[in-house]
Design a protein around this ligand. Structure first.
Ligand code: 5AD
Ligand code: SF4
Length: 473
């Protein structure tokens, strides 16, 4: 990104801050009159990108003077939507019906829809005709404009729709409401250029854009000063970070710079595309003291024939070779993956190749999905769409194989002492704390809440499959 763009981004941020302040003044005046603060509630669907976006939305609303509430009976309700699979869309429509009824008994309630689903023209048409009570619709590219859209809605009393097809703007300096004080997600890039043939993401999140390394480093330094010890670098395909920057920089180089930041103890990242995972990155992971021993490496299918149709640009063999290379360099790495069953044309033989990969890799866990047809993607019009009962039956078999695989790798650290980042008081037993190992597994152990946000040493006394029971050292 060049300097001109940097200036445009800064000007936009200044403009939005001005609107936020104007709204803040009028919200404060209303509070003085009524003695009541306006409330907001965000429902977030989908992935970590959406969660991060919701933190931005929340930051803007809090700055304006809204207070968060955990029910949908709020003055401003926002749905940050996902469209990666059809059932994500259905969930939103289902809840929207309920929200429409709630609005009738809550005078002045505002409803906003944003996120990936809104980037699809047919969705917006449907909402315009069947869900007239929605007040604001925006998309994935213009979250930073929320205050402006809210102001327009308050002034005009009409449905406000603002959707961008694409953007090269990156406005990241607005208020932010982080969910945790000690760990934070950091966007390093937006969008995706891969066009896997089943996937809607490139159409709704736009082309790949990397943030300037200096901006990322400054943000992380700020987080470290604020007490953050763990960061999760976010992007649809972090391994191709930096390719479109004026001075290109690789993801491996970025990690080396991040590692130098004092106060940051743990670095995670998501998601890695196998085709772009470089030897340099493996080297950096091997030598790093801070990068967590966990790699999420979506395989999607074990059949080279299907991988080609999926436009994944690797084969079963090259994926397995990559896994071996990683395991050799970082022996205690925990590998997780995403798998789709029932992709168009998938035969029993293709499916068995996928089962074989699961056996060979030994994943710690896997997210398994039944293929969902997304209109507008190449796979949606492919022949031989797999019948639902066949896909369901394969899905069940796959799930069993995945469970076997995770059961095998679970417990391998039993009776050792490992570092744990303490995250919260256990939700079932207030005498226990819950924390996370470098490999992402949970550990529960007796302790005081003062330890939340600290990295402590814990003896892993007993493996319970997907988590450990431990003792503080
Ligand atoms: N159907 C099923 N699963 C999908 N994913 C993406 N698109 C689809 C689809 N059309 C899965 C992939 C991806 C994860 C985030 O969602 O496995 O890695
Ligand atoms: Fe979708 Fe493929 Fe991009 Fe991932 S890499 S977001 S699966 S197109």
């Amino acid at each position: 990104m060049d300097n001109r763009n940097t200036n445009v981004n800064e000007l936009e941020a200044a403009k939005q801050l001005e609107i936020i302040n104007e709204l803040k003044v009028s919200f404060e005046q209303e509070y003085e009159k009524t003695g009541k603060r306006k409330t907001y509630h965000i429902e977030t669907f989908g992935c970590q990108m959406n969660s991060r976006d919701s933190e931005k939305i929340s930051g803007i609303l809090k700055q304006i003077g809204y207070v968060e509430t955990d029910t949908e009976n709020a003055d401003f309700v926002l749905y940050n939507t996902c469209t990666v699979r059809e059932n994500a869309n259905n969930r939103v429509y289902g809840r929207l019906g309920y929200l429409g009824k709630l609005k009738k008994s809550h005078p002045g309630m505002l409803i906003a829809l944003c996120g990936c689903m809104m980037q699809e023209a047919q969705t917006v048409e449907k909402i315009k005709t069947s869900y007239r009570f929605v007040d604001i619709i925006f998309g994935t590219h213009n979250i930073f404009k929320l205050a402006e859209l809210l102001q327009t809605r308050l002034d005009s009393k009409r449905m406000v729709i603002d959707l961008w097809k694409n953007t090269d703007m990156i406005v990241e300096s607005l208020p932010n409401d982080r969910k945790y004080s000690f760990k934070a997600g950091v966007n390093i890039m937006f969008g995706c250029n891969n066009f896997c043939s089943y996937c809607i993401v490139p159409y709704v999140r736009g082309r790949e854009r990397s943030r300037e390394a200096q901006d990322i480093l400054d943000e992380i330094k700020g987080l470290a000063t604020d007490g953050v010890v763990e960061i999760m670098l976010l992007g649809q395909n972090v391994n191709s970070y930096g390719k479109n920057l004026e001075t290109p920089m690789s993801f491996a180089q970025l990690l080396i710079e991040i590692e130098k930041i004092e106060g940051i103890e743990r670095i995670r990242f998501m998601t890695s595309h196998p085709k772009d995972l470089s030897d340099d990155l493996i080297d950096v992971m091997k030598n790093s003291k801070k990068i967590c021993k966990h790699l999420h490496l979506p395989v999607q299918s074990g059949s080279s024939r299907l991988l080609k149709l999926m436009n994944r640009r690797y084969t079963k063999e090259s994926y397995l070779e990559l896994v071996e290379k990683i395991k050799a360099a970082v022996p205690d790495i925990s590998l997780t993956t995403d798998i789709i069953v029932g992709f168009p044309g998938e035969t029993e033989e293709d499916f068995l190749e996928t089962m074989d990969v699961v056996k060979k890799v030994g994943y710690d866990s896997a997210f398994t999905f039944i293929y969902s047809k997304r209109t507008g993607t190449p796979a949606a019009t492919m022949e031989d769409q797999v019948e639902e009962p066949v896909a369901m039956e394969r899905f069940d078999r796959l799930l069993k194989e995945v469970q076997l695989s995770s059961a095998k790798s679970a417990g391998k650290d039993e009776h050792t002492v490992l570092k744990v980042l303490v995250e919260e008081v256990n939700s079932q037993d207030p005498n226990l704390l819950t924390g996370r190992l470098s490999n992402n597994l949970l550990v529960h152990f007796p302790g005081e809440s003062e330890l939340i946000g600290k990295i402590v040493e814990v003896y892993l006394a007993e493996s319970k499959g997907f988590y450990y029971m431990g003792k503080l050292i």
